[in-house]
Design a protein around this ligand. Structure first.
Ligand SMILES: [Fe+2]
Length: 284
């Protein structure tokens, strides 16, 4: 009996104090048939859930800012957990270096300050909102002032030595309705097209198949994963393997991040280390 208690205590300490702080930079290489003058690098970050408290996540961001200068930084939502995280998020994201731009889409936690019972309602009853709302307008303005482009059902074209790259971003698919027609407006099929969307199952409703690469987060990889089985998540409309990792879907390559943080009320992890993803895209 004592052994079981000690084991449970050690396991709980590991899930709360060790693994959520054990960050990694996952390196991925993919190929594309689209025209690119040279390989491009993309740093993908998601689900930081900043709450204003200086923490181990700040140090990880400082390390990313020092060690990496990628072509693009893409951020797929749940960047703040509450209004207190706005300045912290803008400061840490603002320090990151990207040659062709930093792009961000919003997630449900950017809109709502979910407390513990909101999280319970979310996962058990499918209630997607909270009575506590964040100041999204201020958040977007502060990000813009730091040179971060916030995409909300629109896209942005970048010229890359004669080739075109479009970065396309949806509104938060969890608490808003994505207007794909608006999001994909004027995006040609022959350019290299990158989409950012907070949760990957939103692409089920995407009418066109000419998005080459989709980045997303939200799932936190399931947060608690079981060896050989993987993670679970309520209300996710794709097979469980899409909770994290690199996959293909029709003509697109999908990159689903386990994220860097989690809600401040449920911040535990098991077999699911927090991650930033550094992707290299190489023309064939
Ligand atoms: Fe999240």
């Amino acid at each position: 009996m004592l052994e079981i208690l000690i084991f449970s205590f050690v396991l709980a300490c590991y899930m709360v104090f060790v693994e959520p702080r054990w960050f990694k930079v996952k390196r991925v290489r993919i190929q594309t048939k689209k025209k690119l003058p040279k390989p491009i690098t993309i740093l993908h970050l998601s689900d930081t859930h900043f709450s204003g408290r200086k923490s181990y996540k700040d140090k990880f961001f400082e390390k990313l800012a020092q060690e990496f200068e990628s072509d693009f930084v893409v951020v797929t939502g749940d960047i703040i957990d509450c209004n207190e995280g706005i300045e912290q998020a803008a400061h840490l994201l603002g320090n990151l270096r990207a040659r062709f731009g930093k792009f961000l889409v919003l997630g449900n936690h950017d809109y709502y300050d979910y407390h513990f019972f909101d999280n319970v309602n979310y996962h058990l009853r499918g209630v997607r909102t909270s009575i506590r709302v964040n100041n999204v307008q201020k958040f977007v303005e502060v990000l813009k002032a730091k040179g971060i482009r916030v995409l909300r059902d629109n896209n942005h074209k970048i010229d890359l030595d004669g080739a075109s790259v479009y970065v396309i971003g949806t509104e938060d698919p969890v608490t808003r309705t994505v207007n794909f027609q608006k999001t994909l407006k004027d995006v040609p099929s022959n350019s290299f097209n990158i989409m950012l969307t907070h949760v990957i199952d939103s692409i089920i409703k995407m009418p066109e198949a000419y998005v080459d690469l989709v980045f997303s987060g939200h799932t936190h990889g399931g947060q608690i994963r079981f060896p050989w089985i993987g993670g679970f998540m309520y209300g996710f409309d794709m097979p469980r393997k899409y909770l994290e990792g690199i996959h293909t879907w029709k003509e697109s390559i999908l990159c689903v991040s386990r994220g860097i943080g989690a809600s401040r009320f449920t911040a535990l992890r098991f077999f699911c280390r927090p991650e930033a993803i550094l992707m290299e895209v190489v023309p064939e």
